[in-house]
Design a protein around this ligand. Structure first.
Ligand SMILES: Nc1ncnc2c1ncn2[C@@H]1O[C@H](COP(=O)(O)OP(=O)(O)OP(=O)(O)O)[C@@H](O)[C@H]1O
Ligand SMILES: [Mg+2]
Length: 380
């Protein structure tokens, strides 16, 4: 192999290439101001669902076959005895929250990467690590892959180089290429004894937020969908990059960027309330009624709540002109007790629809699946 072929470097796409078009498209989405009409409380809950989906997706690459349905059942029942598969998913969720909390003030350095690893393998045995939060001190192989990672003695130096590469202030136009190249380089080095895939997918998430895909002003990112919906395609694309040639690296970059572009454009729809209402919330409520979890009257109330986004008991007067306010307040209280409605603030009498930790969450996931938001098919 030529010396250059192992060198960590930016590869320039040619002017007419698809990679260049993708960079322009994604940069447009990065700069676009988000002023969505979906209520922040509703958006926040949908975002939480995406954290869960992202985590299930990441945990499913090898070995862990927990389905969305199983996970939701456990969320609803708040089951105490967690098995390893559920812990793996929860760990990923915790790591995503950690990233969002600290990313504005924390550099992407060795301590940060090691912290991600520690969170990912916490309390795991089968999918855990001998040395959580520390680079490996043995040589390893990657299952189902032809690539043999470098000798453990070189990990330190190679990771220092990678971290310097990530932080080097190159022109902004290279940001996305660097995200893709860093992802491959990380798994190529395979700095940890296990959990490298889960850690690097989180690193990609962190890099994208740092690059300006801010999640706190309302964007949802699900890069895992790119890597985890088709494991064979992911492994094949990584293998192209293993070749170390400009062509191999650009093929990998194109794979990553086209996946990210599809994902980001699709998910931005969730900022449009008309879309969320008609394609997700109302059909999900209908599903709840069909399963006889709520009554026809309750469906009407929740539909109203979905339509108004912020909703008060008095909003029900038009749909139930014959009922008195005590009766309606009781009906609303029951839905609040069932956690399908929640006050926008403590003690407030204004409510929003609530769908975390209840059966509406499952119906919402079914609707997200129908609209093509779930990478894994037929698992809800
Ligand atoms: N040819 C390859 N070159 C570089 N990296 C690869 C290659 N094939 C697979 N990988 C990476 O190795 C990861 C698997 O390594 P490891 O078992 O340490 O990670 P994990 O997080 O435990 O597992 P998983 O990614 O399956 O959830 C894959 O997710 C992928 O990121
Ligand atoms: Mg593993």
């Amino acid at each position: 192999m030529k010396e250059k072929e192992n060198e960590l470097r930016i590869v320039d796409p040619s002017f007419g290439s698809r990679v260049l078009d993708l960079i322009m498209d994604i940069n447009y989405l990065r700069r676009r101001q988000l002023g969505g009409s979906t209520h922040p409380e509703i958006f926040f809950q949908i975002k939480h669902i995406f954290h869960i989906l992202e985590s299930i997706g990441s945990a499913r690459i090898e070995g862990n076959h927990t389905t969305i349905a199983e996970y939701v059942e456990r969320e609803i029942e708040d089951s105490e005895n967690e098995d390893e598969a559920i812990t793996e998913i929860k760990n990923n969720e915790a790591a995503l929250s950690f990233i969002e909390e600290v990313i504005e003030t924390t550099p992407i350095n060795r301590a940060f990467v090691c912290e991600l690893h520690k969170l990912v393998v916490k309390d795991l045995h089968r999918e855990g690590s001998q040395t959580p939060g520390q680079y490996r001190n043995t040589n390893i192989v990657i299952n189902h892959s032809k690539h043999t990672p470098p000798d453990f003695l070189r990990v330190n130096e190679l990771m220092d180089e990678l971290i310097a590469f990530i932080n080097k202030p190159d022109p902004e136009k290279y940001d996305l290429i660097k995200v893709a190249i860093a992802h491959h380089r990380f798994t190529w080095i395979h700095p940890f004894d296990n959990g490298n895939g889960r850690t690097v997918r989180l690193l990609t998430y962190a890099m994208m937020i740092k690059m300006g895909f801010k999640v706190d002003n309302g964007r949802i990112l699900n890069p895992t969908a790119v890597f985890c919906s088709d494991r064979d395609a992911y492994y094949d694309a990584l293998q192209r990059a293993d070749e170390g040639t400009d062509e191999g690296i650009l093929a990998w970059v194109e794979y990553v960027l086209s996946g990210l572009n599809d994902e980001i454009s699709k998910i931005d729809n969730l900022l449009e309330f008309d879309f969320v209402k008609s394609k997700i919330l109302l059909p999900a409520l209908k599903g709840l009624k069909e399963r006889k979890i709520i009554t026809t009257e309750e469906l009407k109330i929740l539909n109203k709540a979905a339509e108004k986004q912020e909703f008060k008991t008095s909003d029900l007067n038009e749909i139930f002109p014959d009922q008195n306010s005590v009766y309606l307040s009781r009906a609303v209280k029951r839905l609040r007790d069932l956690k399908f409605l929640k006050p926008i603030e403590e003690n407030s009498r204004t409510y929003v629809l609530s769908f975390l930790k209840n059966y509406l969450m499952r119906e919402i996931m079914i609707c997200l699946d129908r609209e093509g938001f779930l990478p894994m098919k037929n698992e809800v």
